[in-house]
Ligand binder design. Sequence first.
Ligand code: ADP
Ligand code: MG
Length: 571
Amino acid sequence: APRREQLEFQAEARQLLDLMVHSIYSNKDSFLRELISNASDALDKLRLEAYRNKDLDVDTSDLHIEIETDKDARTLTIRDNGIGMSHDEVIDLIGTLAKSGTAELRSKLREARDAAASEELIGQFGIGFYSSFMVADKVTLVTRKAGESSATRWESAGEATYTIETLDEAPQGTSVTLHLKPEDTEDHLHDYTSEWKIKELVKRYSDFIAWPIRMQVERKTPPAEEGGEEQVTISDETINSMKALWARSKDEVSEDEYKEFYKHVAHAWDDPLEVIPMKAEGTFEYQALLFIPTHAPFDLFMRDAKVGVQLYVKRVFIMDDCDQLMPEYLRFVKGVVDAQDLSLNVSREILQQDRQIRAIRRRLTKKVLSTIKDIKNERPEEYRTFWNEFGRAIKEGLLSDTDNRETLLSISSFASTHSDEELTSLEDYVARMKEGQEQIYYATGESRQLLESSPHMEAFRAKGIEVLLLTDPVDEMWVGAVPEFDGKSFQSIAKGEVDLDTEDDKKAHESEREEKEKDFADLLTWMTEALDEHVKQVRLSTRLTTSPACMVGDAFSMSPALERMYRASGQ
Ligand code: ADP
Ligand code: MG
C-alpha cells in the first residue's frame, strides 16, 4: 500500500460532513463531549482487551485522556492511550460513515423548519466524530492500535477528501487535533483554547467519565520578594470527578449530570424523557441506570436495530448492546447495568445461560414498564409523546412477553371510533362499554378511513358501539394472540358471528327473521351454489344497515390484511 493516499469520503459521510461544516447545530460546544466520549470508549476497550488477551503487550497502568491547547497555533488536541485504530479501521470507521441512514437524515433536515427541529433530528441520528468540523477547519488524527507497530495519520479539511498516511511510529492510542476555525474576536464564549472554557465544558459534559481527563495548567505565583520574578509553574491537573453516576444514590446526582451521562451512553444529542436509577443488594448485587429517550432512533424498526443497554462488571465496561438484559421490544431503552458478581470474562454465550442475568432482565423489564405506567398516569402529555414514538415497539411486547401482558395492555392506547383525535386506553374503552356488551370490538386494516367506511362497521355505528381501529401491521399479530383484557375477549368485527342484539331484541325479531329466511331461501341457495368455490357459506345478516352484502371471515381464519401479508411473502 502507498504510504500516503488521498481518498474520497463515502457519499453519505460527505453529506453529513457538509452539514457539520456549515453547522446547522447551534450547540457547537458538544464536539468536545463527542471526542471525550470516543476516547473513553477506546480506553474501556483496551482495558477489556488487555484483560482477555494476556499476549497483548500493552501498558495499562495509566490509562487516561489528555487535553492540550495551543493558543498561538489555535489548536486543541484530545489524546488517549486506548485501543487505537488500524489503518483499515480508520478508513472504515472515520472515512465511511458506519451509521446508515444519513441520506434519510439529510432529507429530513431539509424539511426541518427551524434550529430546534434540526437539533431534534440530530438527536435521533447522532453525529459523533464529525462534530469536530463544527469548530475546526482541519482535523488531524494520529492513531496506533494496541499491539501493532506502525501507526496511521488521517487528515481532512471536511471537504470531499481526506489523506491517510502510514507512520513508522506514534504513541499507542489516538490523538485528535482540531485546527480551530479563525477566531471570532467578538465571541469569547467559544474560545476553545482557553483553559477555563475547556474546564467548564468538561465539568458540564464529561464529569462522570470513568477515566482521568488531564490538562496542563499554568499557575502564576507572585514574586517571592519585592522586585523578584513572577513564578510560573506548569502541572497536570485532573479536571473531572470520575464518579460513576450509577453507583451514586439518586439524590446526590443532579438532573444535568443525568442528562449528560445519557448523551454519552446513548450517543444522543437531546434530553431523555425519563431517568430510571436502580439498585439491588443481597444475593446478587447490581446497579442500573436506564433512560427512556424522548425520540425514537430512525432505525427502531429496521432489522439490525440493537438493544441499547451496556453491561459493566464491577465498574469495568464489558459490552455494548447487551441483548440479554432487555427484551427486544424494549430496545429503545438506553443505559448501563453494572453487575457485581459476574466474571470479567463473560461472553454473550455465557450470559444466555446465566440465571442471575435472567433475573436482572426480569426486574429491569418490570421497572421500565411500571415507569411508563407512572408517566401515563401522572404526565399524560409526555405519555402521548412516548406512545407516538415507541407505541409500536410496545405492541410487539404484547405478542412476545406473556409475563407482562397485563401491564403492557394497561400502558397501550389505540385509535377508536369514540374520538377522531384522542387515542383510548383499554380501561376507558371498557368503562364505556354498553350494557350487555361482553367483548372488546376491533377492526384491523390499512387506514382509519378504510375501516370507518367498511360495511362491517355499519351495525356498530347504528347501535353506538365503540370499535378499536387498529392500523399498525403489528396489531394483526398481537390481537390474535392476546386472549383478553379485564375478562373481556377481543372480537374482530369482520370475523364470525357478531351478535349485537340483546335477548329482547332477539325475541322481537325472531318471527320477522324466520319469515325473511323463507323469503330469501331461494336466493341464498342460488348464491351458495354460484359462489361455491369462493365462500364457505352465504347467510342472512343483521349487521348491515345500508350495504347489501359483505364478506366475513371465519371466527378462526386469518384477517384479510394478514392474508395479504402472507401472500405477499409467498407463503
Ligand atoms: P460512535 O462513537 O457513535 O460509534 P463516532 O463518529 O464518534 O461514532 O466514532 C466512530 C468510530 O470511530 C467509533 O465507533 C470508534 O470505533 C472509532 N473511534 C473514534 N474515536 C476513537 C478513538 N479515540 N479511539 C479509537 N477508536 C475511535
Ligand atoms: Mg462517538
